[in-house]
Ligand binder design. Structure first.
Ligand code: FUL
Ligand code: CA
Length: 498
């Protein structure tokens, strides 16, 4: 059907005119959009990447036993939050700017935060809400209500289950995964943890069990279950398949951090650290190259679980801001852990730190100075408005500036009526067409000539460049190296306070 969008001012009775105009809108545009270059994101990957910032909730028996890894022999009765409040947790996440939450539905200790039909080791045997509660359901519901995505963490290692290490456990694991994927609405992310320390309770055996990471979990079939039941969900592990671990738990992505890797032969547990951190950008696309953005998981506290002794060791707003620049600012996703306390809420110290962090970011990004500039590009694809340089300044990721296919070294000049001062530059590529820029530079107009003040390589979803304050009347963005013409969504200039 030809679309008449934008033509609504034409009276309906002028049917001849409508037909004629409708016909016009179906004629072929003068130029096609650029062809995608290399691997491109799936719908699920795009959702995860463009939502950038999710929170991680580590909550289980460990919260009450003061441990990081439960043994698997904890009594169900230790799980007893005094005032669990999913609304408070989700409202805190939202205030902080998080667009989703991933909950540890089962950590290594095997205790389930939902009433799984496949084990007795769950909240149904805890005194909390007389065994009738469901933490997974409550968090999922509160997320939906407040517009946040919801994701699940289901630890493959289970120190409670007697069958761990045998094929029967894999059936158990997949049954639990099916419960989580079918009982709680849309699932945005499924988080597969690679940790395994060997020893455990294992139904009373109390021994050390070794599994072969390459064969035991048979991941390809487990991934298939997720694809069938939640096709839009992304799966995270150190080896993907959709989102890759960044290779550390410090919240830092590499510089550069490409969106692509070559996971041929990878297996969860032994993906190469250098590729996780930096991605891979071969000069010639290899057949094994895949779109697999990095996610940085890091905790707001020293530990992943709540410990009263760490109440004064919550990261400061400034430290959280650094994490933001080092992860999202380098093109990765951020998954910041905010562990509920023994009440079953985010502790006031964490809430205060998140509030301070949000204020810093809001202050920095409230005003985009680039919007005030007159702009010109050395080339615009087919001279068409669809690919106009103005698309860089409309705050919309779905519109982009593109050049003709033959032009790979284009530039954009911003001219201001009077000098502006900024110290942060934000760039975004149009992801559906792949990662297209290998290197770029930024210049300022200084004493009658251009002077370079920053340069970089990978852009991808987001690239934040921090620099000494630049005061100038003109700024130039230059594509220094690119295998194909660019498709850039956004260019912003901001002033961060000290
Ligand atoms: C690790 C786990 O062992 C930690 O307890 C935590 O869950 C972290 C996010 O992943 O591998
Ligand atoms: Ca745009």
């Amino acid at each position: 059907m030809p679309t008449l969008k934008g033509l609504t001012m034409i009276p309906k009775c002028h049917s001849m005119a409508l037909v004629a105009l409708g016909f016009l809108t179906t004629t072929a545009p003068a130029v096609q959009p650029p062809a995608p270059y290399g691997p491109v994101p799936t719908e699920g990957q795009l959702i995860r990447e463009t939502n950038e910032f999710y929170g991680f909730l580590h909550f289980t028996v460990n919260t009450f036993t003061d441990r990081e890894w439960g043994e698997g022999d904890e009594s169900d009765s230790v799980f007893q939050p005094t005032n669990f409040d999913a609304e408070q947790i989700v409202a805190t996440a939202r205030m902080a700017g998080m667009k989703g939450l991933v909950l540890t539905c089962k950590h290594h200790d095997g205790f389930c935060l939902w009433p799984s039909a496949y084990t007795q080791h769950s909240i149904k045997n805890s005194p909390w809400e007389h065994g009738k509660g469901d933490v997974v359901g409550a968090v999922a519901r509160a997320c939906r209500k407040h517009g946040l995505k919801f994701g699940v963490y289901l630890s493959p290692w289970d120190r409670n289950n007697a069958a761990y290490g045998t094929p029967a456990y894999i059936i158990y694991y997949r049954n639990q995964l099916r419960e989580l994927l079918t009982h709680y609405g849309p699932i945005a992310e499924v988080w597969f943890d690679g940790a395994n320390g060997g020893s455990g309770y294992y139904g009373g055996a109390r021994e050390t069990r070794h599994i072969d990471n390459h064969t035991y979990y048979d991941w390809s079939h487990t991934w298939q279950i997720v694809r069938e039941l939640q096709p839009k969900a992304v799966m995270f592990s150190d080896a993907g398949p959709d989102i890759r671990w960044v290779g550390n738990e410090a919240g830092k992505a590499g510089e550069p951090c490409w969106e692509t890797v070559d996971p041929s032969g990878w297996c969860p547990g032994d993906a190469p650290g250098d590729q996780l951190f930096h991605g891979l950008r071969p000069p010639i696309p290899t057949s094994g190259l895949r779109w697999m953005p990095a996610e940085c998981d890091v905790s707001i506290r020293p530990g992943w679980f709540y410990h009263p002794a760490e109440n004064e060791r919550v990261k400061t707003p400034q430290q959280l801001t650094e994490l933001y620049y080092d992860s999202i600012g380098r093109g990765a996703c951020l998954l910041l852990n905010i562990p509920p306390d023994r009440n079953g809420q985010i502790h006031p110290n964490d809430v205060a730190a998140l509030r301070g962090f949000r204020e810093i970011l809001d202050r920095t990004f409230a005003q985009d100075l680039a919007r005030k500039a007159r702009v010109a590009a050395s080339n615009v694809r087919g001279n068409e408005r669809r690919f106009s340089v103005r698309n860089l300044f409309d705050g919309n990721r779905d519109t982009y500036w593109a050049t003709d296919d033959a032009v790979t070294n284009a530039e954009v000049v911003l001219t201001f009526g009077r000098p502006v001062t900024f110290n942060v530059v934000r760039l975004r590529e149009y992801l559906p067409l792949g990662q297209r820029i290998d290197a770029f530079a930024l210049d300022q107009w200084q004493a009658g000539q251009w002077a370079e003040f920053a340069q970089g390589t990978s852009i991808g979803n987001c690239r934040l460049i921090r620099c000494q304050p630049v005061t100038t009347e003109k700024v130039r963005f230059r594509i220094v190296q690119a295998p194909v013409c660019a498709a850039l969504s956004e260019l912003g200039l901001f002033r961060a306070g000290s």
